[in-house]
Design a protein around this ligand. Sequence first.
Ligand code: NAD
Length: 477
Amino acid sequence: MIEKKQFYIDGAWVDPIAGTDHQVIDPSTEDPCAVISLAGEADCDAAVAAAKAAFPGWMATPVAERMALVEKLREIYKSRAEDMAKAISMEMGAPIDLARAQQVGAGSSHMDAILKAASEFDWIEPLGDHAPNDRIIHEAVGVVTMITPWNWPMNQISLKVIAGLLAGCTMILKPSEESPLSALLFAEMIDEAGFPKGVFNLVNGDGAGAGTALTGHPDVDMVSFTGSSRAGKLISKNAADTLKRVSLELGGKGANLIFADADEKAVKRGVLHCMNNTGQSCNAPTRMLVQRDIYDQAVETAAETAGKVTVGPASDEGRHMGPVVNETQFNKIQDLIQKGIDEGARLVTGGTGRPDGLNRGFFVKPTIFADVNNDMTIAREEIFGPVLSIIPFETEEDGIRIANDTPYGLTNYVQTQDPARANRCARALRSGMVEMNGQSRGLGSPFGGMKQSGNGREGGRWGLEDFLEVKAVSGWT
Ligand code: NAD
């Protein structure tokens, strides 16, 4: 079993001052695979003090020097991609091929995109005729607490840490206690790249302990959080006493509007997208809204597609679906599937219990419900598992109304071959992102939500701006 109890604070690996042991469980086997330490308040104080001391120097470091260090980090990250893929696969259950291509791949693509944005960014911006003697200086917010979830660990860490570093912020990263191993590897890479001490600090911990200490700490200027809407609300309240900037990337319940004229692969694509990463993606299209004329055929295609998804341990090579992250999540999904049945949705494939032949590990059957009503629990709650709800609709107006009838507003999807309709839907859908006809978001494009999906934007220029103050200077010469 791996033992990694130290934190990375002020440029060194240090023993916890007030830590408690925590076992990381491999979700494919249900066996412990590592022991880490959960930080106490004294550890968090030490990390914040290091970030605070490092801030003036790092903020004043020229952007080109900050970029050069991030470029070095990117090279180290690429050279250790396989170690990273294995860590992610073990800690949160992503099949190894997916961990390599998508999980680790996303981390490095974000580094590329944010570096590009930083090189093109107008750090000192003229205002033209509006105010010819003024300039906007885009300047680092300060000390940032970064809190990340377990579902796409390196995707989230890269989006926050790279943008924060390039903006000139110093930081304390607290990754999810479910996926600390990849974050610890990342801290090793930061150390190897040679960032000045205190610029990046890492403590492990849970929400109630380190999470609360770091989001309420008076010397922290900003919290950048990705996780559940539930935790986002608690963090906003905790950060309110010191009026910190709070950037939130929260949950979703995306609708995938499939019109009768959609391309023939739309349903299959929607099912596979929903099941990707075992359904554990904030932007998963979990509500498939299908126009009545093609409804029966779509339900049949969806069931057939889900029926062909194979499930197995994360370490197996080849395309398949792994387990969900932990027992709590497994039980929650089982309860929600049962609720779907009890509330009258039609189960067309999957259901409760583990897939055949898998008696151990947090494996869930790829599950499709048809005839779902948007008021049912499975259509309202973020399930975070491989469960798709199919809902019929009649007209465009009807489809948009159902899609928008949710507290979330992260990503919605539209499938139609009518460009005018596609554009009308893109405008009418209340979400931070709309993806049409299988076109996925470009990496330089902003990622973030509306409503209870949060208020932050990550990726590209917008990701940088999240960590920057706008300072207006008049009389610039
Ligand atoms: P979670 O909210 O339980 O935990 C996320 C992180 O917050 C963890 O590091 C956890 O320790 C910490 N945390 C929990 N409670 C806290 C508190 N009170 N104060 C401070 N920190 C706290 O979420 P999760 O189960 O790890 O991740 C899944 C959730 O993340 C889903 O809701 C998913 O939609 C969301 N998510 C959103 C995005 C996005 O960009 N919008 C991306 C990925 C995941």
